[in-house]
Design a protein around this ligand. Structure first.
Ligand SMILES: Cc1ncc(COP(=O)(O)O)c(C=O)c1O
Length: 378
């Protein structure tokens, strides 16, 4: 089996650990275990965890965790949920279940590369639904309608979108469901950033509530600030989750007792954690917006949700050189647009929502670097 190198992850692997000012981070300000337990009022459970016998634990995940995850969605129960080690494993196993050689798959682009490179590696014919800057990186759904055929097995969506921060709202999600329904296709919607919508009081439904052949993925990494707990999940129709389970037996015995224990503390307190994180995300988004307004060399389609934005710059230097030079100058770390495809070589993905302090310092350093380039006539 051949598979394309995962551009974003390879860049992160190579550079992230040495970063001084990390503007590539996509998680919201990671929590310590102590912070999590304080939010849950259960610091003592750390002591009682010492008595846990470290077996595989509940193979499926504890009943409580499955029920808590189901409660994040409308009209879903534990039978509609399967837990995996992170959203990345959840995405993988969904595709592993759905996609066969020769299937047609349509995937929005740019997005998290897994969503198109995995189906491609399984022998699917993958067609990309290109998101355009001038459309605010929202898909042209007439185009999607013209792309589907009777052979279309799966439409992959990422909502909110990484890297652009664009957000599909209910009418667009319903239209995608209708288009998929017209040819009996599945929709896999990666909702890793779903709970971080910027506009106060705006909520966007999960795709799984809108379509009976939808499967959605999410995890504790981004919106819960707990990437160190490797817990992600799929939510979908029960018969599909059963199918996924028979494949999971080959990849994942269990997700770990300690991860399950602390995941329960997190999801029990989702409201409190989302309130903490939305305050961070919104204030960082406002800071970024002000910076973009005042920075003549940079523009963007303002993100509506999530923690990332796609900055377009007007300098004569490719995005990988840009990021390497910036990193070498003072340890400021950004992700080159080229990791998402050659056509995005004048873009940078910024992860702006880790913390306001980091963002503040990073944007100043980025402006200094842009002035360096100007002086060089770039
Ligand atoms: C859209 C999207 N999906 C899935 C993942 C996987 O993250 P995790 O496995 O930590 O849930 C990421 C991580 O960057 C992501 O951005």
């Amino acid at each position: 089996m051949r598979i394309a190198p995962f551009g974003v992850e390879q860049w992160m692997n190579e550079w992230e650990t040495g970063a001084v000012t990390n503007l590539a981070e996509t998680c919201v300000d990671s929590m310590t275990l102590g912070e999590l337990l304080d939010i849950d009022g259960s610091r003592d459970s750390l002591g009682s965890a010492a008595n846990l016998r470290l077996s595989y634990g509940d193979i499926k995940g504890s009943d409580e965790l499955l029920a808590l995850i189901a409660s994040l969605y409308e009209n879903q129960s534990s039978e509609n949920v399967i837990v995996m080690n992170g959203g990345i494993a959840a995405n993988f196993i969904s595709m592993f279940t759905l996609v066969e050689p020769g299937d047609e798959v349509i995937c929005m682009y740019p997005t998290y590369q897994q969503l198109y490179s995995i189906p491609e590696s399984f022998g699917a014919d993958v067609n990309l639904l290109r998101l355009r800057h001038e459309d605010g990186f929202l898909p042209d759904l007439d185009r999607l309608e013209s792309m589907v055929t009777k052979r279309t097995k799966l439409i992959c969506v990422n909502n909110p979108n990484n890297p652009t921060g664009s957000l599909l709202r209910e009418p667009e999600l319903r239209r995608i469901a209708d288009i998929a329904g017209s040819v009996g296709a599945w929709v896999h919607c990666d909702e890793a950033y779903r709970f971080m919508v910027h506009a106060p009081d705006e909520q966007v439904p999960s795709m799984v509530s809108l379509y009976d052949r939808a499967v959605v993925s999410c995890s504790l990494s981004k919106c819960f600030s707990l990437a160190g707990l490797r817990i992600g999940w799929l939510v979908g129709p029960r018969h599909f989750i059963d199918e996924v389970f028979s494949r999971r037996d080959y990849t994942t015995i269990s997700c770990g007792m300690l991860d399950d224990l602390f995941a329960r503390a997190a999801v029990r307190n989702s409201k409190k954690i989302f309130a903490r994180n939305l305050a961070i995300v919104r204030s960082c988004a406002a800071m970024l917006d002000e910076w973009v307004d005042g920075e003549p060399k940079v523009d963007y389609a303002r993100p509506s949700a999530g923690t990332t934005a796609f900055l377009r710059y007007g300098c004569e230097i490719g995005s990988e050189d840009f990021c390497r030079r910036l990193f070498k100058k003072d340890g400021t770390f950004l992700l080159p647009g080229r990791c998402f495809g050659n056509e995005f070589d004048r873009y940078l993905r910024i992860g702006y929502a880790y913390s306001p302090d980091v963002l503040n310092v990073g944007l100043r350093k980025l402006s200094d670097f842009l002035r360096d380039l100007e002086r060089e006539g770039l």
